[in-house]
Design a protein around this ligand. Structure first.
Ligand SMILES: Cc1cc2nc3c(=O)[nH]c(=O)nc-3n(C[C@H](O)[C@H](O)[C@H](O)COP(=O)(O)OP(=O)(O)OC[C@H]3O[C@@H](n4cnc5c(N)ncnc54)[C@H](O)[C@@H]3O)c2cc1C
Length: 325
């Protein structure tokens, strides 16, 4: 593998976290494989983002074209094809966001590259990259070998690759002419629809108390609100709670809800389906309360309490209040 490419993802002129996480993964792969690292930035009016990337990546390659902003999977695919089609062995890493999942599979076919999605770790054996991913709702870890593939496209699980700014690299930003010419695309960007924000911003909360179906059909919601308040956090939930109209949709954590990155996530009566856990992006402290010791949430939690949440919650609230005086 001679080259590692990292695709920068951005929205409304802001680089997304997926970019830095992909850069973290790309840096390590480049180091382990002795390969060159290049960050690819496609868009329009991207100078500020290119400068930010140039502080962290040894090489930044920029293609500007109004059709690349906002993100358009077809325009992006055509551009990447033009840049990468004639390259030697390479690996391209990018986030596993909805937008990039609209790009990666088609791109891998276009480039005749192997594809691994939602990878949470890479390793190198005998000079070849291998990818770790999970299957069957986090029940099985799989190690993916790319056999003799000389081109690999990989998407990365959100939160799995921690980025540390180095600020050391000062790359030259190389601008490449857009290859799009007069190309027209079958799909058209219509507009962004911002998610309902509501009175609670779960996405930016540092402490989250999250409730799931285990709270029962007629729960005492005040009991959970008191705990969240005592902890200085906000109340979130799994999807069944929204389906039962117990909390509004903007409280829902998960792949079809809000992505959260709290310092502490307390999961009460949540089984740990991947659609839920996929929305908790690398929270350093996940604590789960569940009466079933085999609940999958315990596989990802740092601390687990096997108990009835109706006993744990009041006791925990009282203890916290007592400690806080
Ligand atoms: C396309 C798609 C998208 C989805 N998106 C999301 C999403 O964004 N977010 C999301 O959350 N889900 C999502 N889901 C649903 C997801 O698959 C699960 O069904 C859901 O997360 C389960 O919610 P839960 O853990 O609250 O309920 P359950 O899976 O029913 O788990 C309830 C848990 O509570 C425990 N329990 C019961 N009573 C008690 C008690 N008294 N004390 C302690 N523990 C108790 C049980 O042991 C059980 O583990 C999606 C599904 C699909 C198909």
């Amino acid at each position: 593998m001679k080259e590692i490419f990292v695709l920068a993802e951005h929205r409304k002129q802001q680089l997304r976290d997926t970019t830095w996480e992909a850069l973290a993964a790309g840096r390590k792969l480049a180091e382990d494989l002795g390969a060159e690292l290049t960050c690819l930035l496609l868009g329009s009016n991207v100078d500020a983002m290119a400068d930010a990337l140039a502080k962290e990546a040894p090489r930044v390659l920029v293609v500007e074209d109004p059709r690349l902003e906002p993100f358009h999977p077809d325009a992006c695919m055509q551009t990447l094809k033009a840049i990468l089609a004639d390259r030697g062995p390479f690996m391209l890493v990018m986030g596993n966001s909805n937008a990039l999942l609209d790009l990666a599979p088609g791109l891998s076919v276009t480039l005749d590259a192997a594809l691994a999605t939602d990878c949470f770790k890479f390793e190198v054996r005998d000079g070849k990259p291998l990818a770790w991913r999970q299957m069957y709702s986090y029940k099985v870890n799989t190690l993916v070998s790319f056999k003799d593939a000389e081109r690999i496209v990989a998407t990365l699980r959100g939160g799995a690759f921690a980025f540390t700014p180095s600020g050391a690299a000062v790359a030259t930003v190389e601008k490449v002419a857009s290859p799009l010419g007069g190309t027209t695309f079958r799909r058209r960007f219509v507009g962004y629809v911002e998610a309902e924000k509501g009175d609670v911003d779960v996405a930016s909360a540092d402490i989250i108390v999250s409730v799931g179906r285990g709270i029962g059909d007629e729960p005492d919601m005040e009991m959970f609100e008191s705990l969240a308040e005592a902890m200085g956090g906000v109340l979130a939930c799994s999807r069944p709670i929204v389906d039962k109209n117990l909390l509004p949709k903007y409280h829902q954590v998960g792949t079809s809800g809000v992505e959260v990155k709290p310092k502490v996530y307390l999961a009460l009566g949540i089984s740990g389906a991947f659609q839920h856990v996929g929305g908790i992006k690398g929270s350093p402290l996940l604590v789960a309360v569940n009466k079933d010791p085999r609940a999958p949430i315990f596989r990802v939690a740092q601390y687990g309490i096997v108990a009835d949440l109706n006993q744990v919650v009041p006791a925990l609230t009282d203890k916290i209040k007592q400690l806080k005086g």
